[in-house]
Design a protein around this ligand. Structure first.
Ligand SMILES: *Cc1c(COP(=O)(O)O)cnc(C)c1O
Length: 393
């Protein structure tokens, strides 16, 4: 990977040390150009006319996303973010009193709230599968918990709040053997390393454009296994999702498009198109090796600092690194980094409720490098944290 060239194509690297890719990755010059040129085309000839002119490239977006996750183009639906993609899958399932939804401690905050709402509404029960001693989802416990009451296993591949990589393929083997639907929130993993729906064995997968995929804000997608369409009754019906049959009925569109809405930001779609092609061209294997190595580099150095603790769980860890200066509020550490032009974010207790319940460690400083970051940039962040820890201690 030619890091210098990749940085030249990433304007933001000139201004900031951007270690907030779990929040939003930096756009490449090419992605920015794809988006702005489409906006200019809309302004020049009209929005509908611009979409018509770019129809092929818009359609190709589905093909590229399908390649990215190992599915087919008609198994992809686009949304304005990952949460809406996830909602489209989850809220299209039917639950009855006594049904069980199994999830993990790392589950994303909005997913947890959705489970709780549907449990309240239907009498279904939410069961949190415990972690194993490493802090990843305990697959033996999951296998024991799955029974005829289990209607869904919903898991976050990587939490929003740390470096853990949950054992998605092991979970998939268990859900497939049991014939239970598996909804994987892959918002933090897609774009970080190879994520393949066949290898994982999930039935529904959701992701966002803006994080490790480096696409624009305001776009996300759902992948659905065709067999899952048999038990998913889309929770909304509108003119993009279905066609009127001329009488008093309608027919769902083929494939995953039945979950989509009619209106979409085509500049975002074309920005995502470019970002996905760039990720595929670089190779998710290569990207994965580098981001995981940068994460480990950063984690090791922070862990070695007196007065600093890292909090990433699990056997396999990704580019996300979470840490705390023992004697200083997390907000102060983040502010010190921001003052030196280093972008990070902080975790929020309410965004991973089941993890908070268990560990109570949030907020933590969350540093999330991408492949275009350098070891020197990581050293700069470590130096600032070392300094504030020294002063505080
Ligand atoms: C960011 C995040 C989401 C939400 O993605 P949006 O695109 O903001 O809706 C869902 N799950 C996880 C694990 C996330 O980190």
């Amino acid at each position: 990977m030619d890091i210098d060239a990749l940085r030249k194509d990433t304007p933001g690297t000139a201004n900031r040390v951007h270690l907030n890719n779990a929040g939003a990755g930096l756009l490449s010059r090419q992605t920015l150009a794809a988006m702005t040129s489409h906006l200019e085309l809309e302004a020049a000839i009209g929005g509908y006319e611009a979409a018509l002119q770019e129809r092929d490239r818009i359609d190709e977006t589905y093909t590229h996303i399908a390649r990215l996750v190992g599915g087919r183009a008609d198994e992809i639906a686009l949304f304005d973010n990952s949460t809406h993609a996830w909602n489209a899958a989850f809220y299209s399932m039917a639950f009855e009193p006594g049904d069980r939804i199994l999830t993990g401690r790392a589950e994303y905050g909005s997913n947890v709230l959705a489970y709780l709402q549907v449990a309240r509404r239907t009498g279904a029960e939410v069961v949190v599968v415990p972690d194993d001693e490493s802090g990843q989802l305990d697959t033996a416990a999951l296998a024991n918990l799955i029974d005829e009451r289990t209607k869904l296993v919903g898991v976050s591949h990587i939490p929003t709040s740390g470096g853990l990589i949950n054992p998605a393929a092991d979970i998939g083997r268990i859900t497939r053997a049991a014939g239970v639907p598996f909804l994987l929130d892959a918002t933090q993993s897609v774009g970080q390393f190879p994520v393949d729906v066949a290898e994982i064995g999930c039935d529904m997968l959701t992701a966002t454009g803006r994080k490790f995929l480096r696409g624009p804000r305001g776009i996300g997608f759902l992948w659905v296994r065709p067999e899952a369409l048999e038990y998913l009754d889309p929770f909304v019906c509108e003119i993009e999702a279905a066609t009127w049959d001329g009488e008093r009925g309608f027919t769902w569109h083929d494939g995953a498009r039945r979950f989509e809405t009619w209106e979409v930001s085509y500049s975002n779609v074309l920005g995502l198109h470019t970002a996905v092609v760039q990720a595929l061209d670089l190779g998710l294997d290569q990207i994965g090796k580098r981001v995981v190595a940068l994460g480990a580099y950063l984690r090791d150095r922070l862990e070695a600092l007196p007065g600093v603790t890292t909090y990433d769980l699990g056997r396999d860890r990704c580019a996300i690194v979470t840490a705390k200066v023992d004697a200083l509020p997390t907000a102060d550490v983040a502010a010190a980094l921001a003052q030196r032009g280093i972008n990070v974010s902080t975790t929020t207790p309410e965004h991973t409720q089941f993890d908070t319940e268990n560990r109570g460690v949030h907020p933590l400083v969350r540093l999330s490098p991408h492949y275009y970051n350098t070891e020197d940039e990581l050293d700069q962040a470590v130096e600032v944290i070392a300094e504030v820890a020294r002063t505080a201690g």
